[in-house]
Design a protein around this ligand. Sequence first.
Ligand code: ARG
Length: 677
Amino acid sequence: MDDPVDAYTTRFQKQEREIKSLSEEIEKLKNPENLGISSQLAELREENARLKYRLNILKRSLQDENKKCVKNTKNISQHLKQSNQFNKNMLNINQHLQKLFGDAIRMAFPDLQNPPLSVAPSQQGRFGDYQCNSAMAMAQMMKANGQKVSPREIAEKIVENIPFNDLIEKAEIAGPGFINIHLKKAFVSKLLTTVLVNGVQPPPLEMKKKVIVDFSSPNIAKEMHVGHLRSTIIGDSMCRLFEFLGYDVLRLNHVGDWGTQFGMLIAHLQDKFPNYLTVSPPIGDLQAFYKESKKRFDSEEDFKKRAYQCVVKLQSKEPEFIKAWKLICDVSRNEFQKVYDALDIEIIERGESHYQDMMTDVVKEFEEKGLVQLDEGRKIVFPPGHSIPLTVVKSDGGYTYDTSDLAALKQRLFEEKADIMIYVTDSGQSGHFQLIFAAGQMIGWYNPAETRVEHAGFGVVLGEDKKKFKTRSGDTVRLVDLLEEGLKRSMDKLIEKERDKFLTAEELTKAQRSVAFGCIKYADLSHNRINDYVFSFDKMLDDRGNTAAYLLYAFTRIRSIARLANIEEATLREAAQSTEVLLDHEKEWKLGKCILRFPEILQKILDDLLLHTLCDYLYELATTFTEFYDSCYCVEKDRQTGEVVKVNMWRLLLCEATAAIMAKGFDILGITPVQKM
Ligand code: ARG
C-alpha cells in the first residue's frame, strides 16, 4: 500500500504547478496590450461600474422587501395560528376582522398614534357583510395633525395592507371611504361545520379570571320583593354568561342578615315562643311576625328597651341569642329557597353577618390612614370627588350597611382574589356603591385599571298602570304568589292553544313551567336593565313579538323539522361531518352569518353587562330563520302522498346550527326549553 503522506505530497506539488501556470495566464490577460483589446476593455469597465451601482440599489430594496416579508410572515402565521385555535371554539368574526384591519392600519400608517378602529356588521347585506369605517375618522385625525389626505386614499391604503387571511373574500371601497368587507363563503361554511361537529363552544379565553357576582340579596324577615326578583334574574344570567365563557364564578347572596331589627325580632320571639330553644317555633308568616314586633317596638317602651338589650347580647354572640337569630334566618331562608328552586337559581349565601368580625379592622385601617372624620359622634369617610360621606360607625358605636360593604369589598379583593366584581341591585343604590368603590381606591385596595369593580344597576318594576308594582288591594306582591300566578296563566294559554290535546300530562307540566318561568325571566332580561320596566303577564305570554313564548315555540318548531322528516339524530351527526353547508341562496347566507354572530354578541355583553342584546339577537336569529325556512325547502314532499321525496341535508344542518345557538342562548338567559309544546 502507498504511504498516504506521499500520496498527498504528490497531489500538492501537482496543484502547485497548475496554480503557477494559471497565474501566468492571468497576468497575460491583465496586460491589454498582449491581447490588443484595450478599448473594448475600457468600455467594459465603465459598463461594469454602472452595473455595480444598479446592483447596490437592487440589493438595498431586496433587504427592505425581506424585512417586510419577515413581518408579514409573522402576521400570517399569527393569524393562521389564531384561526387554528378556533378548531373547536367559535370564532368571533368581528374581533378577527378588527385584528386584520388594525394590522392593516398600522402597516399603512405606522406614524399615526392610536388610529380609530371600527368594524361592524353591515346593516344591509348588499353592502358587504361587515364594514370598516375607520378611514373617515383617520382623515379627521390626520387633518388635525396638518396632513391633508382624503378618506378614500386612506381606505385604499388600508385595503392594500390587509394581511394574508382566509376570512375575507374581498374588501371594496364605497362612497367617501367606507370599506365593505365580503366574507369567504367557504370559510363561513367551515365555521358552521365546526359548530355542528363540536357544539357551541365559547370563543377562546385569554386568561381565566375570577368573577364575583353579588346578586339577589334579600333581607331576612323582610319582604323579598320584585326588585330582588330582578336582581336574581339578571345576576343569574350574568353568572351563566361568565361561566359559559370559562371564568371562575362565585355567586354570592349578600343577604341582609344583621342589624338592629334583630333586637325586636328576638325580643318578640322570646315572648311568643318562650321555649324556642328546645322546640322549633312555628313561625308561619315571618312578615306578619315582623310587623307585630315592629308595632310593639314603636308603642311599648319596655319592649323597646329589651329589644336594644337583645341587640347588644346578639352582638356579643351570647349562644341563646345566636340561636334565636339563626332560627329567624332559617324561616326566611326557606322562603327565599322556594323562589330559587322555582327559577333554578344557584347561589351561595354569604350575608352581612359574615363580615362582622372584619369591620373593626376595616374602620381601624381607615383611621390609621387618617381618612376618618368625626361628625356629631359619627365616624365618616369622604372619598375624593364625592359630596356625601360614608358612615362607618354610628354615634351609638354600631356599624352600618356602608361598613359591611367596605369589609366585603376588602375580603373579596384580598381573600377571594377577585379580578371582576359585579353588584346587581336597583339603580337607587348606585350612589352607595360609587362611594364604596371610591373609598376602596382611596385607601389603595385596588386599581380600577386592573380590577373591574362595577355596580350593574336596574330600574324599578312598574305595574301595568305604570305605578309602583302592587297587588289589587295595594299590598306589595309576594314573589311566591307571583310565580304561582305565572304558572296558572301559562297553563291557561297552553289549554287555549289546545296543547293539552297533544301532550302527555308530564309534557304539559314541563311546558307550563318552561313557559311561565321562561317568560318572567325573559320579560326582565329583554328590556335594557337601566330602564324601569312594566310587568305584564299578558305581554310576556304573548307568542308574537320578542317574547320567550314566541322564541320557545320557534325553537320547538326548528327542532321538530328533522324529526318530522324521520331523520335520526345519529344521521344528522354523521351528516355534519361529511356534508358541506352550502350558502348559495341569499337566505342561507344571511342565516349562516347570523348564527356566527353569537360570539360577538357575548363579547359585547361582557363589556357592558346589558343582557337585552342577547334577547334581541335571539329574536333576530329566529326571524332570520323564518325568512330562510319560508324560501328554502329543507325537506321536499310529494304534494299528493305527503311522502318525503328529497332531503336537502345542508339545510337541515342550518336548522340544527340555529337550534344549537338558540339552546345555548336560552341556557345563558336561564330559560329551559322543552322538546314539545
Ligand atoms: N340587601 C340589600 C337590599 O335588599 C342588597 C344588598 C346588595 N349587595 C351589597 N353588597 N350591598 O337592598
